[in-house]
Structures are given as C-alpha cells and as structure tokens.
Design a protein around this ligand. Structure first.
Ligand SMILES: Nc1ncnc2c1ncn2[C@@H]1O[C@H](COP(=O)(O)OP(=O)(O)OP(=O)(O)O)[C@@H](O)[C@H]1O
Length: 770
C-alpha cells in the first residue's frame, strides 16, 4: 500500500519535531559540558591550592594524603562526566542527521491503545521526562522490529514476555534531517533498504547494519544464556557484522556491569582488526579488546623461540608439495592439532607427577650452584599427592632459601672485593649513612672498615643475585623445551603416553622434523599451542578471569586443540564462535564441523546457521556457490549485477597486460576498491611486480596493518573477512587451484567480491571453475 503525500508530510513534520528536541538537548548538553570542562581546568590549575601538604608530622601526613585523595576523586568524577557528555554529544549529533530508521505500531494484549515506537541509534527522551521519542535499537521492545511483520508478535523483557499485535512496520531513509524514502514492509526488513545499502561501494571500514538487521542475525545479536554460541554461515552472510552488533548489544544490555575491555575478539589478522575498528565507536560504544591468536602466541613464546606464524605455515603447505618431508609434516600438523595429542600431553603430565621432570642447573657466574639433579630430587621429595604447580611453589621457596645461603657464602669471594673497589662514591656514602643511622660505628677504625666492607659485600652480592631470584620466581629452572622435545626424541616416553592411541603413520619422520626445529631454536606453528599447553599444565594455567565474553571470528581456521586451549585461558567467559567451513584454509582444519562439539555440554551450546548471503550480487553468488559442495543451500540476496567473467591468457605477459587494461576500465567506470587476489604471498608478489609499473597499486602482506581503498594485490588467505567492489582473480588455473585443499582458497577469494568478479587463468582452468 502506498503512503499518501499527506502522510509523508506528517512524517517529515515529526522528524522536524524530533530534530528540534535533539537541538535543544544538544544545546543544554553543550552548555553542561562547557561547565564541566571549565571545572576540570580549574581543578587542575588549583589542585595544590586546596591541599595542605605536611609530611613531617604523621597525623598531618595522613590528613595531607586524605585531602589529595579527595581532590583527585573530584577531578576524576568531573573527567568521567565530561567523557560521558562528549560521547552523548557525538551520538546526538549523528542522531540529528538521521534520527531513526524504523517504526512499529504495537498494541499490547489487553491494551486498546496502539503505541508507535521509533527506533534509532540511541534512545531519546521527550522533555516531559517519561515518553521515548526514539528507542535504542537494542531496547527489548525494538526486537519486535527485527523479528516480526504485521500480525501477532511478542518480545522478552527482563520481567517476562509481552504479547500483542504489530499493526504496522515502516522504514525510513533519513539523511541530513530529510526523509529520502519511506515504505511499509512485511516480515523481512525492507528489501528496498537492503538494496540501497548493499548497492553502495566498498569502504575501507566496515559499516554498521542496525537499520537492516535480519531476523536470524537478531537471534545471534540477542542470544543470552549459552556458554557457547556457534554461528555457521555462508560467505557474506553477516557473521562478523552480527558479532559486532552483538558486542554493542551486550554492552547496552549489561551496561551496569560490563565494560568494553571485558570483551575480547580474536581476529584473523591485524588488517582485519583495523577494518572493523570503527563499527563500535559508530554505534556509540567503546571498542572491545582485539587480538589475533598469533599475537598471543608470540607474546608467550618469543623469548624462547623463533616462532613460525600461521601464514608462513599456510605458505609452506601451498608451495612446498614437492619438497622432501612434506607429507610427514602434513600428518604432523593434523596430529598436533587434534584432541588426541592433547590427551597424550595430559598423560605425559600425569607421568611427570611421578617421575621424569627435567630441570636446569641454577648457575651463578658460570658455575652451577644448585644442580638440576638436586632440584629434581627435592621436587619429588614433596608430597606426591600435591599437584605439580603446588609442588613447584614449594620448590620456589626452597630454592630461594638455598640462594640466600649461597649468597651469604659468596660475600667472602675475591670477586666481591674487586667489585667493591669499583663502586662509586655515592654508594660508599650511602653505606656510611646507613651505618651511621644504625649507630654501628665505633672508635675502632679497623672494625668500622670491616663493617663497611661487609655491608658493601652484602649489597654487591644481593644485586648480582637479583636476576637469579627473579628467574626462580618465574620458574626458569624448569626445562620446558627439553620436556616437549623428549616426547619426540625418546620413543620410550611417547609409547608410555600414547597408550591405545595411534600415532601418525610417519611418526618417526614427524618426530625427527620436530626435534630438528627445536634444536635450532625454532617452533613450528603446529607446535606452538601444544607447547604452551604443556607449559601451562606444568606451571599452572595462567587464566584470565576478567574477560567475560570471547568472540572468535573465522573460527574454521582454529584447530580443536586451539579451541580447548582458549577455553581454558578464559574460564569465566561465554564464547561466540563464528565460521564457515567452506572457507577453511588451514591444514589442521578437521573438515567435519567447527571443532567445537566437545567444548561445552550440549545444553550450554546453541547453534545458529545463516544461509543468506548479502555481500555479493546474485550472479556472483550463483557463480561462487557452484564451487563448493552443498553450495546450493546458499541463498543469494536478490541484487542484480554483471555476470562474472573467466578469461584465458596465453602467458604471463599476456595475463599482466589483460589485467592492466581491465583495471583501467574498471577505474574509469568508478570502482574504487579493486583487489587482484593471488593464491599465495609468492604469487601476489609476482602479480605485483608484473602490474605495478602500469597501475598504482599496493601489495598487502601479512604485516600490513590497515586497509585502504584503491587497487591492491593480496594473497587469498589474507583477504579473509574483507570485501572489495571488484575482485580479479590473478590466475585461476588448474595448476594453482587443482587440489582439493585449494578449493576453499579459491572460494574464499572469489566471495570477497561485492559487485564484480573476474577470473583469469593460464593453461587449463581450475576444475572448480568448470
Ligand atoms: N543485515 C544486513 N544489512 C546490511 N548489510 C549486511 C547485513 N548483513 C550483512 N551485511 C553486509 O554484508 C557484507 C558481509 O558481511 P560480513 O562481513 O559480516 O559477513 P561474513 O559472514 O562475516 O562474511 P565472510 O565469512 O565472507 O567473511 C558486509 O558488507 C555487511 O555490511
């Protein structure tokens, strides 16, 4: 039913009234913010005026402390108010441009009055103080808008479910305070609006989707009460978008108790982190913490190893097929990513409770002062029913006492005397003062000299022992690398731990490869998590209890071992895990579901599937879904566009020249972000060299930290999660994408395209394109 002109006018009048209210509130808020700011400046300027500083007399010192504390509290309260006001000002300014995007007319059962409810980015209260002119999109009642079309409807509130009838659902596109379009819709949220949003050009930052959240996405956003929420969704189905709006929802829903830094998102790479970093601020919230699993591993391991990263591992997997030892390494990768290997490590730890711990000698000035043998003997002399970490605590106490004894003896060594002679004047003076303070000086100058020497010797030795004591407290006397290495170097140990389990067929080779790397101070990516797990199980898990929600995006690229490890790192957290098996590109992917089945009890786990894909035009989705088994279940959002093209090139020179011409045509047509996607870093480098003299472009590498518009060359596995106006696949040949494990890579690359997709190949085209 079309909306009459008269009604449209009335709608614009309402928008105008709302904007007037926003203007008034903005004015008041600006004034208040100004006062608070002046207050802050004033307090900072006169901070010390109102504080009486007197530290000589103990009671006055306490008073001084209290008065400083009071001043600081007043200041920090004002600063908090100022930050809050700034945030609200920012939101209201945005609201003024586009006050709301939706309206529902709802009649609650038992009530004969219909309430019009308008939804926007944040709530706006009428000046009467109790009516809402705009409801926050995250308010309980706003759920109706996303979940229902006209007819019976209900929503949950903290106090129960409210039922009623939704009389009307209307959508608005308001820009700069003017209604640009307006339509009534049924169940799905305005195809018109989605068409408009999705038809726009790619940006170098992800956008918010609050005006067009779809029903199944809303379920993800508002899910509560599960320890684990699994989202399995096709490429472009809005998994990342739903995750980010969910973060905003959680921050709103639990605003009294939850801070943004208690939410942690694992992202696939730093560029992706930068790509999504503006979404939360746009929604008026602080950003959650973000990290990559690689960053975590590096932080933990870089002091001891040269750590291979996940991308170097993928690069190896995709380029080293003809190197010796390749198939053994692949077997090793799969095994070390499995829960079988985790169990094997568990049994290893159980055995270590009885015997076999490996310690390092504690050395001082190159000499062993407490031998590994004695440490081991002492460790196993403690009550065997105590856990390993508990016994290590006892061991630390014992070692510190031993060090103390040793330090005392050491004071008489000639090196100490030599160092005393080299001490500076200031230290001598300090010793003098110390002895004077203690009234230790006598009239006997020989005695006095002795005393001074003793004190200086104590200081010299203490200083030299300091790193040793710190090392003991940090458990540096345990030889974790040797413990891990032994599993691969000593068949007796691995056989004791494996019990009925089957080791990889080429175990001997896997073991030899592992030992060889460890001996060179290297740790392969597949060893990093198991190594850390062993370390944590021995030393005691250093878990993070502050984090309340963990989000894992691109979850198909995590191994079962990694999931279980992450779970133990965050014992108090609820998990939201988002992935697409068809995009799994890591060699450790199990291929049968996200490796999550045993992570939590089934009653604590919910799974939501997204099958509708929004990123690409219908022709692109119809083309890409043919590349993967079960692709027919992916539903394209009905957006028209050009058919993808597949073009053969005669050779590399021809390929480069064809692509250069194509990029120029695309740029002339107004496309801003164009990605030439190579299979690997190696191929992307080659493409970059071939194209760079004719078109300005940027090569994206694993270290690249930010995402920019323009023409880029990017390896397929780094393009995860991001999107471009146009994708040009550099070489979709049989040679590059002929093996089964290359299918997902091709699919991932092609599904990055929003509006146009063009593939080139040399020789035979990939079988997945036939
Ligand atoms: N409800 C929606 N309204 C508007 N745009 C949407 C909606 N859902 C998804 N999109 C858009 O679709 C595109 C893909 O979304 P997103 O990146 O969240 O998908 P994804 O499932 O994480 O994709 P992939 O797995 O391929 O990385 C984005 O441009 C996003 O803005």
């Amino acid at each position: 039913m079309s909306i009459s002109e008269q009604e449209k006018r009335k709608e614009q009048e309402r928008v105008d009234q709302v904007i007037d209210t926003i203007d008034r509130q903005l004015g008041t808020l600006q004034e208040q913010a100004g006062h608070v700011k002046a207050d802050i400046v004033n307090i900072r300027k006169h901070f010390w005026d109102d504080v009486t500083v007197n530290v000589d007399d103990p009671s006055e010192a306490i008073e001084t402390y209290v008065s400083i504390k009071q001043q600081a509290e007043v200041l920090s309260e004002r600063e908090r108010r100022h930050r809050h006001a700034q945030k609200r000002l920012h939101l209201l300014t945005r609201l003024k441009q586009s006050p709301y995007f939706g309206r529902i007319d709802f009649t609650e059962d038992g009530d004969n009055e219909t309430q019009p409810i308008t939804l926007g980015l944040t709530s706006l209260l009428h000046e009467n103080g109790h009516d809402f002119l705009i409801y926050d999109w995250r308010a309980p009642i706003s759920s109706l808008y996303y979940d229902y079309g006209p007819g019976p409807a209900q929503y949950d509130t903290p106090t129960g479910t409210i039922t009623g009838t939704l009389e009307r659902k209307r959508q608005y596109i308001i820009r700069d305070g003017r209604i640009r379009s307006l339509f009534d819709t049924s169940i799905t949220i305005g195809d018109e609006l989605l068409q408009e949003v999705l038809g726009q050009q790619a940006e170098n930052q992800m956008k918010t989707i609050v005006a067009t959240i779809q029903k199944e996405q809303n379920q993800i956003i508002r899910n509560e009460g599960n320890r684990l929420l699994i989202v399995q969704g096709a490429a472009g189905s809005g998994k990342t978008s739903a995750a980010l709006q969910r973060v905003a929802y959680l921050l709103y829903r639990h605003r009294e108790t939850l801070q943004a830094d208690q939410i942690l998102l694992f992202t696939p790479n730093p560029m992706f982190s930068s790509y999504i970093s503006t979404v939360l601020p746009e929604l008026g919230e602080d950003n959650m913490s973000q990290t990559t699993f690689q960053e975590y591993l590096e932080h933990q391991l870089k002091a001891n190893f040269r750590l291979e990263d996940a991308f170097a591992q993928i690069e190896y997997v995709l380029t080293a097929m003809n190197e010796p030892g390749y198939s053994a390494r692949m077997e090793g990768i799969r095994y070390k990513s499995s829960l079988d290997f985790m169990q094997l490590l568990e049994r290893y730890v159980a055995l270590l409770k009885q015997e076999g711990m490996i310690f390092k000698n504690v050395k001082f000035r190159g000499k062993t002062i407490i031998s590994a043998k004695i440490i081991k003997k002492t460790f196993y002399s403690f009550d065997p029913s105590l856990s390993i970490p508990h016994r290590l605590e006892l061991l630390i106490d014992w070692l510190l006492k031993e060090l103390k004894k040793y330090a005392r003896q050491e004071r008489k060594q000639p090196w100490v005397e030599e160092e005393i002679q080299l001490l500076d004047q200031e230290t001598y003076l300090k010793a003098y003062q110390e002895l004077t303070r203690k009234n230790s000086y006598s009239d006997d100058s020989f005695d006095d000299y002795e005393q001074e020497q003793q004190l200086l010797a104590t200081w010299v030795v203490r200083k030299r022992f300091k790193p040793l004591r710190a090392g003991v407290k940090q458990l540096q006397f345990i030889d974790i690398p040797a413990l891990y290495r032994r599993l691969f170097a000593d068949p007796i140990w691995v056989n004791r731990c494996k019990q009925e389990q089957k080791l990889p067929r080429q175990w001997r080779m896997v073991a030899a490869q592992t030992v060889e790397k460890l001996e060179h101070g290297k740790l392969a990516y597949e060893d990093a998590t198991p190594y850390l797990y062993l370390k944590e199980r021995i030393e005691g898990f250093r878990s993070n209890t502050a984090i309340r929600y963990v989000f894992i995006d691109e979850a198909q690229d995590y191994s079962p071992f990694q999931f279980h490890f992450i779970k133990q790192l965050f014992p108090r957290a609820n998990f939201t895990v988002l992935g697409d098996l068809n995009q799994s590109i890591h060699p450790h992917a199990t291929g049968n579901g996200l490796a999550l089945s045993s992570l939590f009890e089934s009653e604590q786990t919910a799974t939501i599937r997204l099958t509708r894909s929004y990123r690409s035009t219908r022709p692109i989705i119809e083309f890409t879904r043919r590349m993967i088994p079960g692709g027919d279940k992916i539903e394209p959002f009905n957006r028209s566009g050009l058919q993808p093209t597949v073009t053969q090139a005669a050779n590399k020179a021809d390929l480069a020249s064809k692509i250069i011409n194509h990029i120029k045509t695309l740029q002339a047509a107004g496309h801003r972000t164009i990605a030439v996607i190579g299979k690997t870093a190696r191929e992307s480098q080659e493409a970059y060299q071939a194209l760079k003299s004719d078109v300005p472009l940027r090569l994206i590498q694993k270290e690249t930290a930010s995402f920019e518009s323009g023409v880029v060359v990017i390896p397929s596995y780094l393009a995860k999660g991001v999107e471009f106006d146009v994708v040009i696949l550099y070489n979709g040949s049989q040679e590059q994408y002929g093996r089964e494990n290359e299918r997902n890579l091709l699919y991932t690359a092609c599904t990055r395209a929003m509006h146009e997709l063009h593939l080139y190949f040399i020789g035979e085209r990939s079988p997945f394109l036939k």
